[in-house]
Design a protein. Sequence first.
Length: 310
Amino acid sequence: MTGGQARAAWLAWLEAERRASPNTLEAYGHDSAEFLGFLARHLGGEPDLAALGALRPADLRGFLAERAAAGDGAATRARRLAAIRGFLRYLTRRHGMAALPLGALRGPRPKPPIPRALTPEDARAVAAEVGEHYDPARHERAPLQAARDVALFTLLYGAGLRIAEALALDLADAPLPGRDGALRVVGKGSKERLVPVLPAVRAAMADYLKHRGPGAPGDPLFLGARGGRLDAAVAQRSLREFRRLAGLPEHATPHALRHSFATHLLGAGADLRAIQDLLGHASLSTTQRYTAVDAAGLLATWKKAHPRAG
């Protein structure tokens, strides 16, 4: 069996038995063809099943290095490696090819995406106006739901919390006007941190609690429709509806408010270590991603304002 025949059989199997999507078939077909072409150039002819069964990790590293030199990014090379692994695994299981010692081969790690922050104007609009999409004619508890969402999203933007951290708060944790001290937040790995609370956050929380009513200290702070703890999916859907009506960008999500908190603090001159503590990042390198956001914002501003930027 030639490499081309093996490739055709693998793609047919992916389509018929694995129900792979047309996009996956196209991408994997292209990746495997590139790999077979690489082997043909270096082996002096089209590889057959025996040649494929004799491959070593160095052969795949050579292919990935060639693709990197051709301009493939880390994510593309990682996808190519996944496709080739699947191709060779198929030949081992379905066509008796000897298993290859590829377990120790690690693909390139794609760089984590740069956080996408909102503009200060859009972030403030979310925090102040997110409840406006609740129609009293359609939502029996519209005032409560509106006040709850304003308090929640004001908290996310004003204190940089993750949505899960905010929804885990109990009634006793509510940051209210007149209460001293920072908000105690339990983050990833059950690590606690103290976050200062802005007056605007305390005011929004006080307004929400007027609608929410009293409860036991251990009751959920943010309530869902049935009186239990608000589900993150419900909060995300609420913001989705608001951003559609308000014409906000698609990346206006609860987590984008946390990104905006960090980015806007950095732009105002806050220390990176202080932002790390506020966000609860275990590593400073995670927080340093926001320097890229801030630099990109500065460059965009410069291009708009500088007379020679064009």
